[in-house]
Design a protein around this ligand. Sequence first.
Ligand code: DQA
Length: 149
Amino acid sequence: MPLMSPTLLVLNGPNLNLLGTREPATYGHETLADIDRLCQETAAALGLEAECRQTNHEGQLIDWIHQARGRCAGILINPGAWTHTSVAIRDALVASELPVIEVHLSNVHKREAFRQHSFVSGIAVGVICGLGSDGYRAGVQHFGKLLKG
Ligand code: DQA
């Protein structure tokens, strides 16, 4: 049987399906499909597989996190606005018992006060923000190191 590459789950929360047309001055011109491709190519070069998903429904995201337990090697997540509101997503990530990296396209610390608190950061291995799609690449690359070590 062929050996399977470890799977990274790359999750994007609400409104991120609109990337490319949504507030390009803040979020850039790349689409989510561009970012998914970047994650998949970066992962493949490291012998990993990136499984990329986006939803506008919080319960769906929580179900995917639950299903990752014991199946995936780590979770790279941009929870979008749920970053600032969702204890349920934080609890699901903890329950997954997987390493989590939080990523944001924009520098949330330069923006409105309500974006400065994250329910996820306290349980994440690390947080990347303000680097646009480069943050996703860096997140996948860090998993490459983490999973080797
Ligand atoms: C975001 C930042 C959040 O505050 C916002 O609600 C988003 C996108 C980012 O990637 O910069 O939807 O997570």
